[in-house]
Design a protein around this ligand. Structure first.
Ligand SMILES: Cc1cc2nc3c(=O)[nH]c(=O)nc-3n(C[C@H](O)[C@H](O)[C@H](O)COP(=O)(O)OP(=O)(O)OC[C@H]3O[C@@H](n4cnc5c(N)ncnc54)[C@H](O)[C@@H]3O)c2cc1C
Length: 376
């Protein structure tokens, strides 16, 4: 008695040119990019959950370009050229998203981004840093003032207990569910197959192909495999040393007369919030408990939820007590050098992982690197 029917073998489980493991943004953009370059490729995305379950549909929905302190901190860690390279990828990534999906279909909101600061030094210190980054970023953005000092607008945008404020008009908000859903439809329309509910547990490989071991009583075969498992990579490819990092989010009940509108970063991006209509979505505080947040466990901690709630009360001007309606967590993947990773790990397998908490804008561009690495 065969496990699979003739029909199933010829369709759902037919051999592939390429199998992509992971149905988040990285996996979907990779499929789209490969099909754009070669429409005849037989490609399957394998996602172990019913819908993607990691970072892509559980994030904060910022089309992130990069806040001032984050870019300066990146520069200190990786050098000016690498920082500018990543910032350029993010900027191009946002443009690329808009070539594939309409702004309307993903609730693209070009609301701009703000970064409030505490104890950052004098306004001269801040203005010098703004000017320094603006000059570096001008060739990328074509905008004289990517960042500007908006300290005089702290109260006007509904914030309190901050010393200074930086504005970046290039940041935007999106609806993360609509983005992933819309891009998945594009991939399917291009003929990509999507198999949900199959966990890839390992593989065997020869010079020409890979047999993927699954949690089902059958294997999947492909000439090439792309691993897009982000924060869950440790169990498949431990040598890549991708660290999981849980990010927790709270969403308030609707707030009447909410003043705060836009996207906001604080503390090098460790706190991030935005309005979703008349609610506030706030995430972060991972830096208050790095050890316990280095996990793939989705059960959030009450401690972090309390810190986030307290942050809203401390920093957002509200006319009524804040009430939290929803909370959830997602799992990010971090490389040790904070750079995204696209790497051949064997003759037929490439890993594209770890967008380090900023994958919305980066994944479409890393997908191009995957295609080049696969020589497609
Ligand atoms: C709370 C939070 C807030 C964030 N906010 C933002 C933001 O505002 N802007 C921004 O740019 N970025 C943000 N990010 C980061 C961004 O969401 C990620 O960089 C991006 O979604 C990564 O996409 P991915 O496809 O690599 O990973 P994921 O979306 O995690 O996808 C990986 C998929 O692989 C699947 N998988 C794993 N192992 C296997 C296996 N063995 N077999 C089959 N399937 C498997 C998982 O089920 C998962 O669906 C945030 C992340 C979090 C967690």
């Amino acid at each position: 008695m065969g496990l699979l029917s003739f029909w199933e073998k010829e369709t759902y489980y037919a051999d592939n040119d390429i199998v992509i493991i992971g149905g988040g943004l990285m996996g979907i953009w990779t499929a789209i990019e490969l099909k754009e370059r070669n429409p005849s490729l037989k490609i399957t995305i394998v996602e172990r959950h019913i819908s993607p379950l990691g970072a892509s549909t559980r994030n904060a929905g910022f089309a992130c370009f990069g806040s001032l302190t984050e870019l300066l901190s990146d520069e200190a860690k990786m050098g000016t050229d690498a920082m500018l390279h990543i910032a350029g990828m993010r900027y191009k990534g946002i443009q690329k998203i808009k070539q594939f999906v309409t702004e309307q279909s993903i609730d693209f909101d070009p609301c701009g981004g703000y970064e409030p600061l505490v104890n950052y030094g004098s306004s001269d210190v801040l203005n010098d840093k703004i000017q320094y980054l603006n000059q570096l970023l001008l060739p990328l953005t074509g905008v004289d003032q990517t960042f500007s000092n908006a300290t005089n607008r702290i109260a006007a945008i509904g914030l309190k207990n901050f010393d200074q404020l930086v504005y970046n008009p290039l940041e935007a908000g999106i609806h993360s569910g609509k983005l992933v859903n819309g891009l998945t439809s594009i991939a399917l329309h291009k003929g990509v197959r999507l198999l949900n509910g199959i966990n890839i547990e390992g593989w065997t490989e020869n010079n020409h192909s890979v047999e993927l071991i699954t949690n089902q009583p059958f294997q999947l075969k492909a000439n090439k495999v792309v691993i897009c498992t982000n924060g869950f990579t440790e169990s498949l490819v431990p040598e890549l040393k991708i660290e999981p990092a849980r990010g927790q989010i709270i969403l308030t009940k609707p707030i009447s007369n909410l003043i705060t509108k836009g996207t906001f970063h604080f503390d090098e991006g460790f706190y991030y919030w935005r309005n979703v209509g008349n609610r506030i979505l706030l995430g972060g505080a991972r830096n208050s408990d790095f050890d316990n947040e280095r996990t793939t466990n989705f059960d959030g901690s009450n401690r972090i939820e309390n810190i986030l709630t307290e942050f809203i009360n401390t920093h957002v001007i509200l006319n009524e007590p804040v009430e939290i309606e929803q909370s959830w967590s997602g799992i990010m993947g971090f490389t040790t050098d904070k750079l995204p990773l696209c790497k051949s790990i064997s003759t037929n397998i490439v890993a594209a992982i770890a967008c380090n908490g900023m994958g919305v804008a980066l994944t479409p561009i890393i997908a191009e690197k995957v295609a080049t690495t696969l020589a497609i």
